[in-house]
Design a binder for this molecule. Structure first.
Ligand SMILES: C[S@@+](CC[C@H](N)C(=O)[O-])C[C@H]1O[C@@H](n2cnc3c(N)ncnc32)[C@H](O)[C@@H]1O
Length: 285
C-alpha cells in the first residue's frame, strides 16, 4: 500500500511532513501566504475536504493531480479557496471609515472638483463586506455633494469569496455594525422573512466591479486609484513580500491618494513612497 494512501476509508487521510513541506512551499510561492509547521493541522483538515470532493484516497494522489496539467488548471482555484482566510465584517476597524468620511473625502472632493469620479480599490475584498461598507460611506457622501461620484474595484484571489461578494446576500446576524440609517437605505430584506437574509441594494452592487487578482502575479490597474483599502491581507505574508506588495500597490495610487492597511499592519521601516497621516492610513508622496 502506498505510504500516503488512507488506510481507513472514511477517515481523514494523514499528511506526511514531507508532503506538508511540498504543499507549503507551493502555497507560499503562489500566494505569498506563510506556511510554518504550526499550520500543518489546518492544511491537513482543509485539504482533506478536497480529497473527499475529488474521491482521492490520499495526499500522494492529490499531489500528483495538483501538479498535473489538468490540476494546475482546475484544482488551483480550489486550493486557493481552501487555504485563504476570509474573515471579515461590515464596518471592520470602523475608525477608518470615520477618517475617510470626515477628513479625507472632503479634501479629495475639493481636489477633484467634479472633474472625474473618485477611484477606489478594495484589495483583498473577501466576501464583500469591506467594499460594501465603503460603498455605503461613499454613496452617503455622494447624496450630500452633487458633483461627487465614485467607482470601485474590488479584488481577491479566491473565486468562491468573489462570487459571494458579487451576490451581496448576507445573513441578518452580520449587519449589527451597520448604522441603522444605512440599513434602511442600503439593505433589502428577504421577502421570505423566515430566511433572515438581506441583500445590498442594486444601486451599490452595480457600482462595484469584482475581479480576481493575485498579488503575487504582475498587475496593473487601468487607472491609478485615489483610495486603496488593503487590510488584513499582508499579515499572512513575510515582511519582504509585504514590502514588495506595498510598493506595487503604491505604484497604483495617484500622488496625494491614500492607502489604508489593517490595524496590525504597519509600513514603519519599509522603503515605500507613502507617509503615515493617521494610524494605518498612508498618503502617496
Ligand atoms: C482576512 S481577509 C480580509 C478582508 C477585508 N480586507 C477585511 O479587512 O475585512 C484576507 C483576504 O485576502 C485574500 N488574499 C490572500 N492572499 C492573496 C493574494 N496572494 N492575492 C490576492 N488576495 C489574497 C484572501 O482570499 C482573503 O479574502
Amino acid at each position: 500500500m502506498n505510504r500516503n494512501t488512507n488506510p481507513l476509508p472514511g477517515r481523514p487521510a494523514p499528511l506526511s511532513d514531507k508532503d506538508f513541506r511540498v504543499f507549503a512551499e507551493f502555497i507560499t510561492s503562489k500566494l505569498g501566504i506563510k506556511m510554518p509547521s504550526s499550520k500543518k493541522t489546518m492544511l491537513e483538515a482543509r485539504l482533506n475536504k478536497r480529497l473527499r470532493v475529488l474521491g482521492l484516497p490520499g495526499f500522494d494522489s492529490y499531489r500528483d493531480f495538483l501538479f498535473s496539467e489538468t490540476g494546475q488548471r482546475d484544482e488551483l482555484p480550489h486550493l486557493y479557496d481552501a487555504v485563504t482566510t476570509n474573515t471579515t465584517h461590515f464596518f471592520r476597524e470602523s475608525k477608518h471609515f470615520d477618517v475617510l468620511r470626515d477628513t479625507l473625502l472632503p479634501g479629495l472632493h475639493a481636489r477633484l472638483r467634479g472633474s472625474r469620479e473618485l477611484r477606489v480599490w478594495s484589495a483583498g475584498c473577501s466576501t464583500g463586506e469591506e467594499p460594501y461598507t465603503l460603498a455605503m460611506v461613499l454613496a452617503d457622501f455622494e447624496a450630500q455633494h452633487s458633483s461627487f461620484s465614485y467607482r470601485m474595484l474590488a479584488t481577491d484571489i479566491s473565486t468562491r469569496v468573489l462570487e459571494a461578494a458579487a451576490r451581496g446576500v448576507y445573513v441578518m446576524d452580520k449587519i449589527d455594525d451597520i448604522p441603522s440609517a444605512f440599513r434602511k437605505k442600503y439593505l433589502l430584506r428577504s421577502k421570505d422573512k423566515k430566511k433572515r437574509l438581506i441583500r445590498i441594494v442594486p444601486e451599490l452592487r452595480h457600482r462595484i466591479v469584482f475581479r480576481r487578482l493575485n498579488f503575487m502575479e504582475p498587475f496593473r490597474l487601468n487607472k491609478p486609484r485615489d483610495v486603496v483599502f488593503c487590510r488584513n491581507v499582508v499579515i499572512y505574508f513575510d515582511r519582504q513580500t509585504q514590502e514588495r506588495l506595498f510598493r506595487r500597490i503604491a505604484d497604483q495610487i495617484v500622488s496625494g491618494g491614500y492607502l489604508f492597511t489593517g490595524h496590525s499592519e504597519s509600513l514603519t521601516g519599509m522603503n515605500v513612497p507613502l507617509r503615515a497621516v493617521a494610524p494605518t492610513i498612508y498618503q502617496k508622496i
